[in-house]
Design a protein around this ligand. Structure first.
Ligand SMILES: Cc1ncc(COP(=O)(O)O)c(C=O)c1O
Length: 385
């Protein structure tokens, strides 16, 4: 193909559905809704909740899974289970969704940002080690874009680690599932993730029976079931609904296929951008990557235009939409009211000016990959002039 003459302009949106939704998923939801609304039916989530938890724990290599209504609430429950409170410090990356850090701030803890690794964009264990103090009560690394972070490095720090695995269902670290690492891992099944439970959902996986028990209670008002129902802690209602659990099962059953489909396009994009000096390609694209986001970076050291100019041209001339994962957490207005430390984070400061998520989804065709890569190269050429 002659890239300059044969490429037809088209529109490439950034989709809000990250996975694959099929007739069987709709059928699973419809079946439980029909049964629940029939004579003597109800919406109590058993047995679907227990079945989904069992399947998820197995898939993620953990002994326990507790499903909840979002990753944000999963992180909140873990903060509560660790009794995070004012006076404590929680170490997080600055390149993440706001709630990774917000969950610590919500408990009154000081948010301590440590730097990320320049290649993987995941939180760096060495940078975290430099920020540990006697007040450090937890670390929340993110498996950024679906790439498992340095689990061995964090294990050596000997502090409670809660992994933000919002992007990383199905990801592997050194060939192993990630769900048993640290104290717990928190997953998201919100619409744009690689699998969804009717638009929202989350889960906690852990090998710690005590932590599983605590979060299980806290997600339902602090209930402790037994001969007599007790409420021993103040909890909330963070439960997932029955139809959501039913679709969690069908979505989970295909997650490895979805990741494999995504991986093919990620690898094609990787190849298509090879040799484009102005673009830094993401690390770790290959088997084991959760393939949630393809986060490229504009190498701002090599170009004389800004990321904003680049993205504007890409959108206006080539109709290629991108997304920003993420602005620095501390740049959100809410953080003006939060106690935090973002010293010594030069890699994060630079990355947040460079990142751009390319529109790759399970439905993306090979032609579209070629088109996006072509549009990127042409945009660089046009702005270089
Ligand atoms: C890294 C990260 N953590 C947490 C969340 C929150 O997930 P949820 O929307 O399920 O609460 C997200 C959502 O996009 C995320 O990207």
């Amino acid at each position: 193909m002659n890239p300059t003459t044969d490429i037809q302009k088209r529109s490439i949106p950034f989709l809000a559905l990250g996975g694959v939704w099929e007739q069987e998923d709709t059928a699973a939801a419809t079946k439980v809704i029909t049964a629940a609304t029939g004579p003597s039916g109800n919406f109590f989530p058993l047995p679907e909740e227990a079945d989904f938890q069992k399947a998820l724990a197995t898939h993620e290599g953990a002994t326990h899974a507790v499903v909840v209504n979002s990753c944000g609430t999963a992180l909140d429950l873990c903060m509560m289970a660790l009794d995070i409170k004012a006076g404590d410090e929680v170490i997080v990356p600055g390149l993440t969704f706001v709630c990774t850090a917000g969950t610590a701030a919500a408990r009154g803890a000081k948010v301590v940002f440590a730097d990320i690794d320049p290649a993987t964009l995941c939180l760096s264990p060495a940078a975290v080690a430099a920020k540990i103090t006697p007040r450090t009560r937890a670390i929340i690394p993110v498996h950024f874009a679906g790439l498992a972070c340095d689990l061995d490095g964090f294990a050596r720090l000997n502090r409670p680690v809660i992994y933000d695995a919002a992007h990383a269902v199905g990801a592997k670290y050194k060939g192993r599932s990630i769900g048993s690492a640290g104290a717990a891992s928190c997953y998201s099944f919100q619409s744009n993730k690689n699998m969804t439970c009717l638009g929202e959902g989350g889960a906690i996986t852990t090998n710690d029976a005590g932590l599983a028990e605590k979060v299980r209670g806290l997600k339902t008002f602090g209930y402790v079931y037994g001969p007599q129902l007790r409420v021993t802690e103040i909890g909330f209602n963070y439960r997932m609904t029955k139809p959501q659990c039913a679709t969690g099962l069908t979505q989970l059953a295909k997650i490895d296929r979805v990741i494999a489909q995504r991986l093919v396009r990620f690898q094609q994009m990787h190849q298509a951008l090879e040799g484009v000096d102005e673009i830094l390609r993401p690390a770790g694209i290959g088997p084991g990557h959760g393939c949630h986001l393809y986060v490229a970076r504009l190498d701002t050291d090599k170009v004389r235009f800004t990321r904003a100019e680049f993205l504007k041209h890409l959108k206006e001339v080539w109709q290629v939409a991108t997304a920003n994962h993420y602005p620095a957490v501390w740049s959100w207005e809410a953080f003006a009211k939060v106690s935090y430390d973002n010293s010594d984070t030069p890699v994060t400061h630079k990355a947040v000016e460079q990142v751009m998520s390319l529109p790759l989804f399970p439905s993306t065709t090979e032609d579209e990959v070629v088109y996006i890569a072509h549009a990127i190269k042409e945009t660089i050429a046009a702005l270089r002039k």
